[in-house]
Design a protein. Structure first.
Lengths: 244, 478
């Protein structure tokens, strides 16, 4: 699904990723843990194609070189980033935004546009799974949403757009335990043999609910250790400093 | 964001010319020209005298020069003041007599005039250069006593009304361009809504400049009699030409007791090319008088075209409890310049005004909001709320807000809010990550920014306006 070889990324002449390797197969869920400033969010941004980074190395997604592909094309090809801080867009209705987005993705997949009735039905179904009040969907995008509402809205978008490769960038931060469970259930119910995940987090907490297949420790722009769930537990006990 | 603009050609889809033979007044501004216009329009003597009075006054006036966008000297002797397609001298009685080329022109502009195809729920007066070509739904309106016709026709047939109200909001000797218009105006729309009548459909005028070296000087007069309501919309386009063309219109609105006028504009004159060559100088005077108590005038404008836009649709709130509103979107891209806003003159008691202005500037464009709120000594308990938001795209454009505020009594309140922001990189990234390309993302964000104004437009036009907002900014983010 995703093959990253010797990836480096710098911004304003500052090196952030310094030779990162990772291979994610269909159906796998990889967790990336690491201290502040280790390059976790940069990795999420680089994978989704954000402007402003100088990049070398290789990123292959479903066999294709990602580096030349624009952000929107990557999204249309099934790469989804759940934002750490979902962006507020005043005046834009959440509902309409999601429908526009879905139709772009459907078009890229060669499916026909969804009509309003079917969309609303789909929206109702998916938002009730996540315990989202439907009224939220007619508000302006992310505007005045609580931290929990914003994160749930990201997971809702994931479930509606049906991406193949999902990056969760600190989706657990700022969530209370109930919201965390809802978000985790949302992710779990979306897992299957074809879909892959890259879950970026500081804490083991989320991984108690979303069981990862692999755990990687990112430090100073490199993966310094890889393992299974036990690694996350070890990190939680000893802290990042002990693992180098 | 890359700051340089993509140099692809901005597509102005209304830039075509209609090849049609026309009758023109002699070139230049003179008494002869004015007499020519008055004669060809078969005007009564009082109208000619009125024009000549304006012309004499004009000799003593100078063009105003306080506005931000400067423009090269206009040679008024090198313009045609009247141009009409041949055969239009007498207004054709029905569409069969209208040159098919004209019908086709309006079809291309998306304004079908044929009975079968005409826009449902919208009556259209189509003005081509200096004459009105056709007016739809006339019979249905006549049944309700509503007059909707070219102003040249009204001068002949409804002389009393025109005489009473023409120049009553914009005096003959107002500033230079308004006075010029009074001397040489050619056509435009006239609307009269009788007492206690709600106009059953949108009234709309579509202005088209076609001939070259021709100025368009239209004049619109709308009177809403006691207890009546009307919603009126104007749209404008012009062919792509390298020369700058002058458009100096006067629009006067009069609302009597308990009457309401909603006036919407979607202005899409040719803006010039990406290097700033050509385009329309849109120097327009629009003023409404809330003459009666409890009357209301609401201006909504979407200004996307023209090389220079310079206009301040205003409200004179004379009647007690009257309300004035101004909702504006001004988009400038490439080398376009806009200096626009409103004047709210509070004279009556308990008068209210509201100003919502959204300025969007991209490329090397310059966008100024200029507005006056003047609450008079006797306008007790009056209120104004003003909100001016500017959005900048790139770092070569400008946005300016120039509010003038006068409050001459102590029981009135004025609120003014203003923001300036740059289009947010993170918002664009978020939209891109959800599959929208750069232009769709810009269009979405800008439409969101303009939402408060767009929702004021009549439904039939809101969708078109939303598209136009997107199109006007194409190529502005690299």
């Amino acid at each position: 699904m995703l093959e990253i070889k010797n990836l480096t990324a710098s911004i304003n002449n500052r090196d952030i990723l310094k030779g990162l390797n990772i291979s994610i197969k269909p159906g796998e869920l990889h967790a990336i843990m690491g201290p502040n400033g280790s390059g976790k969010s940069t990795l999420a941004n680089v994978l989704s194609g954000k402007n402003g980074y100088k990049i070398s190395g290789e990123i292959r997604y479903e066999g294709k070189d990602l580096k030349e592909m624009s952000v929107d094309k990557r999204a249309q090809k099934g790469i989804f980033l759940a934002f750490q801080y979902p962006i507020e867009i005043p005046g834009v209705n959440t509902n309409n935004f999601l429908k526009t987005s879905l139709n772009k993705v459907r078009k890229a997949r060669g499916e026909k546009e969804i009509d309003t009735m079917s969309f609303l039905k789909l929206l109702k179904e998916k938002s009730s799974e996540l315990g989202i009040d439907e009224k939220m969907m007619s508000r302006q995008l992310n505007l005045g949403f609580s931290g929990g509402e914003k994160k749930k809205n990201e997971i809702l978008q994931m479930k509606i757009l049906k991406p193949n490769f999902v990056i969760l960038d600190e989706t657990d931060s700022g969530l209370d335990i109930d919201a965390l469970k809802i978000v985790a259930n949302g992710v779990n119910s979306y897992r299957d043999k074809k879909k892959s995940f890259l879950v970026i987090t500081h804490y083991q907490r989320l991984l108690d609910y979303i069981k990862p297949d692999f755990v990687h420790v990112l430090s100073d722009g490199k993966i310094v250790k890889s393992g299974c769930m036990e690694l996350a537990e070890e990190l939680e006990k000893k802290g990042y400093n002990k693992i180098k | 964001m890359k700051n340089e603009n993509i140099n692809h050609n901005q597509d102005y889809k209304y830039g075509f010319t209609t090849d049609i033979e026309s009758i023109k007044a002699p070139k230049g501004l003179s008494e002869k020209t004015i007499r020519f216009i008055s004669k060809i329009k078969k005007e009564p003597k009082w109208m000619l005298d009125w024009r000549l009075k304006a012309f004499n006054r004009l000799k003593f006036l100078k063009e105003p020069d306080w506005q931000k966008p400067k423009f090269p000297k206009i040679d008024y002797q090198d313009l045609y003041y009247y141009s009409a397609p041949k055969g239009m001298t007498d207004k054709p009685k029905n569409l069969n007599e209208v040159d098919p080329k004209l019908i086709e022109t309006y079809n291309k502009l998306g304004i079908p005039l044929n009975e079968q195809k005409k826009l449902s729920g919208v009556a259209v007066d189509a003005v081509f250069d200096s004459v009105s070509v056709a007016t739809t739904f006339k019979d249905e309106l006549t049944k309700k006593g509503i007059i909707f016709c070219p102003i040249s026709e009204a001068i002949q047939k409804h002389s009393d009304l025109v005489k009473k109200y023409l120049g009553s909001v914009i005096p003959i000797s107002d500033h230079y361009f308004a006075t010029l218009n009074s001397a040489v105006f050619t056509d435009g729309s006239f609307v009269y809504i009788p007492p206690n009548t709600r106009c059953p459909m949108e009234l709309s005028t579509y202005f088209r400049i076609n001939a070259s070296e021709t100025g368009q000087f239209e004049r619109t007069l709308i009177i809403a009699d006691k207890g009546s309501y009307v919603s009126y919309l104007e749209g404008c386009t012009a062919p792509m030409r390298d020369e700058n063309q002058l458009h100096a219109a006067n629009v006067e609105l009069i609302a009597l007791d308990d009457a309401e006028i909603k006036y919407s504009t979607v202005q899409n004159w040719y803006p010039g090319d990406k290097n700033g060559v050509g385009g329309i100088y849109n120097f327009v005077t629009k003023r409404g008088a809330c003459r009666g108590k409890n009357s209301k005038i609401s201006w909504t404008q979407v200004e996307t075209g023209s090389a220079i836009t310079w206009k301040y649709p205003s409200c004179i709130l004379q009647g007690d409890n009257s309300i004035g509103e101004f909702y504006s979107i001004a988009i400038t891209n490439n080398h376009q310049k806009a200096d626009t806003g409103t004047k709210m003159i509070h004279l009556g008691k308990n008068t209210k005004s509201k100003i919502i202005s959204k300025g969007i500037s991209a490329g090397k464009a310059d966008n100024t909001y200029r507005g006056l709120v003047d609450i008079g000594r006797k306008a007790l308990n009056s209120r104004n709320y003003t909100q001016c938001d500017s959005l900048l795209m790139g770092n070569k454009c400008g946005a300016h807000t120039v509010p003038y505020i006068k409050n001459k009594n102590s029981s009135s309140t004025i609120e003014h809010e203003a923001t300036t922001s740059k289009i947010n990189e993170e918002q664009l990234f978020y939209c891109n990550q959800r599959g929208l390309d750069q232009e769709e993302a810009v269009s979405l964000i800008v439409n969101g920014f303009c939402k408060d104004v767009l929702q004021q437009l009549p439904m039939e036009f809101a969708v078109e306006a939303q598209k136009l907002v997107g199109i006007s900014l194409e190529g502005s983010v690299g």
